[in-house]
Design a protein around this ligand. Structure first.
Ligand code: PLP
Length: 464
């Protein structure tokens, strides 16, 4: 593989040797294509990017080219790549104690549980650790079913809750379709999304009221006494970063209270600083009964997820065994990484940085791009959690890729992002600007410049 002039100028971070890392990357690519089976993909139709190094807000690809990571990988590297305090904590923990079974006490797990409990709202002070977000949702639903003695679960369309059986059935996006056997007791409802309102609403207030009325009607028609839980991403992520209107989450909480239904807030993507608060639900002053988390809890340096449990639900399992567990629940390497992540976020005011970046740099910058580029139908978000909705026609709001798929136009926009130096998160007709919570002002400006150039490509695909 020959390097272009541009790539040969890139030096790798921390003194890593370019030639040997590129050689390692080439070997990795060959083995990947021979032996690795990738998620959500037709195996012969993909050409995955190799990543040979990373640091802070940047990654280096298999050509040694530096790209600004505006995706935070899968929206998980909230403290950026290779944060030295977390790398060191993992190293130290590995030297002291690599693994213990979940029935034993371990200091990393205990301390992580304390730090998480101190940040969750209300009395969600018990933590059940899982390996990631999907199994956190599986267990939250199991807890809600056992606590209420009811089976059905309500979840919204335009949502993602994970790839395991219950989690994918909860999911309200096309990834559920081939996995949906219709037997999980899940009922979907439409949540608020003014830009593509299903309620013919023209204001956020109308959208909020009508979405709540519709949800309550669904509860009544399904039979309140059959419904264990309503599961909601506090701010839906992959499905489009639709920040709920003021009053919506409070309204959902009130419906749950009226009918004895458990409210599960899925904070797997939105939690741990991404929206400029520790949890996205904090924007709405609502206390759910269960919070599921993963990703940002330790920036994904070691797989970890969990459920934060209210005192009332925890009491259900005081004298009755909770029928669930995992070999790696609260794994020391993962929880030591969580302890270091949360402490670093606190000490370095990383959550505040995410809020400030959203309010002062990224949000205003994206809104400026929306005024300049006719292909931008909508820009929305909070903190370092933003979606740019691309349309072929601003009047009809026809998306630049049909729901559930990509399009040549979107592929060209994504390619232009990469050509201009950023790694974007893309879904259907949207580009998400989701850099780490640690991103600097100058890095955001660099990212906005690259997006500006990529949006010129999007503009060339609009229908006149
Ligand atoms: N819930 C939400 C909101 C997510 O965004 C994701 C993953 O993207 C999940 C659950 C599933 O998490 P995991 O992939 O760790 O199982």
């Amino acid at each position: 593989m020959t390097l272009t002039t541009e790539t040969s100028e890139s030096a790798l971070p921390r003194g890593l040797d370019l030639d040997s890392e590129l050689e390692r990357g080439r070997r990795a690519y060959e083995l990947d294509r021979t032996h690795v089976f990738h998620s959500w993909s037709a195996q012969d139709q993909i050409d995955p990017m190799t990543i040979v190094a990373s640091e802070g807000s940047y990654i280096w690809d298999g050509n040694g080219r530096r790209l600004l990571d505006f995706s935070s990988q899968l929206v998980n590297t909230n403290v950026g790549h290779q944060h030295p305090r977390i790398v060191e904590a993992i190293r130290e923990q590995a030297a002291r104690l690599c693994t213990v079974a979940p029935q034993y006490v371990n200091d990393a797990r205990s301390e992580a549980a304390r730090l998480i409990s101190e940040r969750t709202p209300g009395d969600l002070n018990k933590i059940f650790f899982t390996n990631g977000g999907a199994d956190a949702n599986e267990h939250a639903v199991r807890m809600a079913r056992l606590h209420t003695g009811r089976y059905k679960v309500l979840a919204r369309y335009r949502s993602y809750h994970g790839g395991t059986d219950t989690a994918i059935n909860l999911t309200g996006d096309p990834r559920r379709w081939p996995n949906d056997y219709g037997n999980s007791g899940v009922v979907h409802f439409a949540g608020p999304f003014l830009y593509r309102s299903q309620f013919h609403a023209t204001t956020e207030h109308e959208e909020c009221q009508r979405a709540l009325e519709s949800l309550e009607r669904t509860v009544q028609l399904e039979g309140p006494s059959t419904i264990a839980a309503i599961v909601l991403e506090s701010v839906p992520g992959t499905a489009g970063i639709m920040v709920p209107p003021a009053g919506y989450m409070r309204g959902v909480r009130a419906i749950c209270d009226r009918y004895g239904i458990i409210l599960i807030a899925d904070e797997v993507m939105a939690g741990f600083g991404r929206t400029g608060h520790w949890f996205a639900i904090d924007h709405f002053g609502v206390i759910p009964d269960l919070i599921t988390f993963a990703k940002g809890v330790n920036s994904g340096y070691v797989p970890l997820g969990g459920v934060a449990i209210s005192a009332e639900i925890a009491a259900t399992f005081a004298d009755r065994a909770y029928p669930g567990g995992l070999t790696y629940s609260g794994h020391p390497l993962a929880t030591a990484a969580a302890v270091a992540t949360i402490n670093a976020m606190e000490d370095e005011q990383i959550v505040d940085n995410a809020a400030r970046i959203g309010n002062e740099v990224l949000g205003p910058g994206l809104r400026d791009l929306a005024t300049k580029h006719p292909s931008v139908g909508d820009v929305r978000g909070l903190g370092v959690f933003w979606a740019i909705e691309l349309v072929a026609d601003r009047t009809t709001r026809e998306p630049l890729a049909p729901y559930g798929t990509s399009s040549p136009a979107m592929a060209a926009v994504i390619a232009a992002c990469k050509a201009n130096g950023i790694l974007p998160f893309a879904n259907f007709n949207r580009i998400h600007a989701v850099p780490p919570c640690t991103v600097s002002d100058t890095e955001v400006v660099e990212g906005l410049k690259a997006l500006d150039a990529a949006l010129d490509v999007a503009d060339s695909h609009i229908v006149s």
